[in-house]
Each structure stands twice: as structure tokens, then as C-alpha cells.
Design a protein around this ligand. Structure first.
Ligand SMILES: Cc1cc2nc3c(=O)[nH]c(=O)nc-3n(C[C@H](O)[C@H](O)[C@H](O)COP(=O)(O)OP(=O)(O)OC[C@H]3O[C@@H](n4cnc5c(N)ncnc54)[C@H](O)[C@@H]3O)c2cc1C
Length: 383
């Protein structure tokens, strides 16, 4: 594949670069550079800036207000955004719920939820995993029992990213406990998190941050009209959503930024150590380049509405590269990088340390690496 961008693509890249240079608030850029937590208000404000420009929903078609970009334009946009560095549009809204509603939602659901998701008027959380149902997602036990024109939902969800900020949660629930296959008894429900019976409890992770939660659902009443797709066919939506999520997790632009920062620190290190890290960074850059080509090939061949198991390649390799980059940045930062303080207790974590800590989880969320390898073995290699 020819990786030289056309003149139109280069003009597009320059347009995005200029936009990031002028529209991204400088205070937000600084916080991103320092690896500090970004507030809900900042994320909402930034997504609205993007939305006003028509750029908050890179993968959506024009028919639902998206920019209708090609695979290459989406790639360029995300690369520039990550290197700015700017926060991504909220992936729960834009890369997970959005594609599912566009593909499987009713016209009413699209009209009601998509514009609000694009503008971050509603913040969505992902309610898939449960205690005992992570890699083996089809083991989920949260039930939804029909009661007239509502479902009554009971169960516990686990690891909901940023649910403390969320207004709504897209959720997998068991609607037929007697289905012949576990996957056949699951439905995809949209739950208003302000409903009575919803309790959200924080989980504090190793980096000292509050990013994930447990969500308890006790007799929560959910209108039947909030089900996406047919009853007991939520697995189709889930597979489609997970393949979109995994494609987005590669985040090569972020890896490039980590590499650039590590490179800039090497001249300050003792010569031998600096050279050793530079060599490792050069190998890593080659890996980024290879995955970039692979990503463009996979994106260009994706068919709307079909789960793409090859997104697991992007997930595994993208995360591996980013984790290695964060490790090299930490090494290149020397003792200063290892200084680490919990938020709210003195200095916020420095980028190197906080990135390193946070990225340990990337090979687990969105489906653990071992599970991705099984998907590739079965669905791509036919083993
Ligand atoms: C930071 C973070 C954010 C998250 N955000 C969300 C979210 O917003 N919403 C949500 O629903 N979930 C979220 N998750 C949950 C995530 O999807 C699960 O943690 C993940 O799917 C793994 O499930 P588990 O934690 O139950 O581990 P387990 O499934 O118990 O896995 C434990 C280990 O066993 C291995 N393993 C399991 N099965 C197999 C197998 N068949 N073959 C080989 N090895 C196997 C795994 O690879 C892993 O190393 C998040 C998780 C983290 C850490």
C-alpha cells in the first residue's frame, strides 16, 4: 500500500493541524501534556468545540450528522488530535454507542440519542462487564424481566469507565435465561442512570485515579422502547460495538507523542543509557509505521454493520506499542519521572509515571490480549 498522502489529504492534515493549534484551549493542552486528569467540564467543552466544527464523530456518516470521512481522513484526524495533544471525543458516545444506534437503532432512537451523544449533552457509560463475566462476557447474569411496557433490571455491572460522570449506560442484560445458547438470551438496553434503583460506587486504581466504578441495578424500570435491536439478539450489537471499540484502542498518535517526548529527554541522560533508549525507540517507531499501514488497510476494508475480527490485531499491537513507549518514556525521564504523587496530594502525577501506570490496564479493557488472540485464531486464521 502506498502510504504517501495525496495533496488533498495533506491539505486536510494541515487544516486539522491548524484547527488543533487554534481551537484547543491552551490550559487543556497543558493538562494533557502533563498527564493530568481532565475534568468533565473540560471534556464537554472540547467535544462541543469539535461538534461545532462537525468533527466530534469521525466515523459517522453524513446522514446522521457525521463528517462522512474516508478511512485515511479518520486516521489523519485522530493522529493529529493525539499529537496536539487533545482529548478524544468521548469514545463511549462516539465509537461505541453511535455506530450501534446507526446500524441497529430505530429512527426514533437515532433522532433522540445521536445528536445529544455527538454534543456530549448525554454522557454514556458502557455496562457490559460483571463480576464473573469479563472475558467470558456471555456469562453475564444481570436480568431484565418484562413487566408490561417496561423491563425490570437487577444485577451488578463492574469496571464502568467514567460512570461517575455518566447520564446513561448502554447495557447487556439477560432476557431469556433458558435460551439454548448463552449468547442467544441477551438484549441490549439503554438505561437512564438517574432512574431509581441505580447505585454507582467508585473503584480507585493503582494510579490513584477514580476512572472506574461498580454499578448496582436494583429493580430498575427501563422502558421497552430503550431496547436496541430485537429482544434476545443483543449479542449482535455487542460484537459490533466491541469491534469498533478495539479498532479505536490502537491510538497510534498517542504512541508517537510518547516516543517524541522520550527522544527529547535522551540527550540529558548519561551517553550510554541515552543511546540504548534511542535504539529501542527507533525499533518502536518502525513498529508504529507497520501498524499504521495495517490500520489503514483494515479501516479501508471495513463494512458498516459487520463486526471485524481483524480489529483484534490493532488492539493487541497498538496496546503493546503504547505500553512499550510509556515504559521508555519513564526510563528516559530518570528519577523525576518516577516521582509519583496521588492526585489531590501535592504535585499531580508526572506524565511519564501516570501514563505508565494507566496503560497497564490497556491490555485488559476492551477484551484481554489472550482473548483477542483466541478471536484471531478462530475467526481470522480459522484454527
Ligand atoms: C481500566 C479498565 C476499564 C474498563 N472499562 C470498562 C467499561 O467501561 N465497561 C465495561 O463493561 N467493562 C470495562 N472494563 C472491563 C474489562 O472489559 C474486563 O476487565 C476484561 O474484559 C477482562 O475481564 P475480567 O476483568 O473479568 O478478567 P478475566 O476475564 O477474569 O480474565 C483474567 C485473566 O485471565 C485471562 N483469560 C480469561 N479467559 C481466558 C481464555 N479463555 N483464554 C486465555 N486467557 C483467558 C485474561 O486474559 C486475563 O489475563 C474495564 C476494565 C479495566 C481494567
Amino acid at each position: 500500500m502506498d502510504l504517501t498522502f495525496s495533496p488533498e489529504e495533506i491539505a486536510f492534515r494541515d487544516e486539522v493541524r491548524d484547527f488543533m493549534a487554534t481551537a484547543l484551549p491552551s490550559e487543556l493542552r497543558d493538562r494533557m501534556r502533563q498527564g493530568r486528569a481532565i475534568s468533565r467540564e473540560d471534556l464537554v467543552a472540547w467535544q462541543r468545540i469539535l461538534n461545532r466544527r462537525g468533527w466530534a464523530t469521525p466515523s459517522w456518516p453524513t446522514s446522521v450528522g457525521g463528517p462522512g470521512w474516508s478511512a485515511v481522513q479518520r486516521h489523519i484526524f485522530m493522529d493529529e488530535l493525539h499529537q496536539a495533544p487533545a482529548p478524544e471525543p468521548l469514545s463511549f458516545n462516539v465509537s461505541m454507542l453511535g455506530p450501534v444506534l446507526i446500524q441497529f437503532g430505530t429512527e426514533e432512537q437515532k433522532t433522540r440519542f445521536l445528536p445529544r451523544a455527538a454534543n456530549l449533552d448525554d454522557w454514556w457509560a458502557q455496562g457490559f462487564s460483571e463480576p464473573g463475566a469479563g472475558s467470558d462476557l456471555a456469562a453475564l447474569r444481570t436480568t431484565a424481566v418484562r413487566d408490561g411496557d417496561h423491563y425490570v433490571v437487577n444485577g451488578q455491572k463492574m469496571w464502568q469507565g467514567m460512570a461517575q460522570n455518566a447520564d446513561w449506560m448502554f447495557t447487556l442484560v439477560r432476557t431469556d435465561p433458558d435460551a439454548p445458547k448463552r449468547q442467544m438470551g441477551i438484549s441490549f438496553l439503554l438505561i437512564d442512570l438517574r432512574s431509581p434503583g441505580v447505585t454507582i460506587r467508585p473503584i480507585i486504581t493503582i494510579d490513584g485515579r477514580h476512572e472506574v466504578n461498580e454499578v448496582f441495578l436494583d429493580d430498575v424500570r427501563v422502558p421497552v422502547e430503550n431496547r436496541v435491536g430485537p429482544e434476545n439478539d443483543g449479542w449482535t450489537c455487542a460484537k459490533y460495538l466491541l469491534s469498533s471499540e478495539r479498532t479505536g484502542i490502537a491510538r497510534l498518535g498517542m504512541t508517537k507523542r510518547l516516543i517524541a517526548r522520550a527522544k527529547a529527554l535522551c540527550p540529558d541522560l548519561p551517553v550510554v543509557e541515552g543511546r540504548r533508549i534511542l535504539e529501542q525507540l527507533a525499533r518502536l517507531e518502525a513498529g508504529v509505521r507497520v501498524l499504521e499501514v495495517t490500520q489503514l488497510r483494515i479501516l479501508a476494508a471495513q463494512v458498516p454493520g459487520q463486526a471485524d475480527p481483524r480489529s483484534s490485531i490493532l488492539k493487541i499491537k497498538g496496546v503493546e506499542l503504547r505500553q512499550t513507549a510509556s515504559e521508555l518514556l519513564l526510563k528516559a525521564s530518570g528519577r523525576r519521572g518516577r516521582a509519583f504523587a496521588y492526585e489531590g496530594h501535592g504535585e499531580a502525577p508526572l506524565e511519564a509515571a501516570s501514563n505508565f501506570m494507566t496503560l497497564r490496564a490497556a491490555s485488559i479493557y476492551g477484551g484481554a490480549t489472550e482473548v483477542q488472540k483466541t478471536i484471531l485464531a478462530k475467526s481470522v486464521l480459522g484454527l
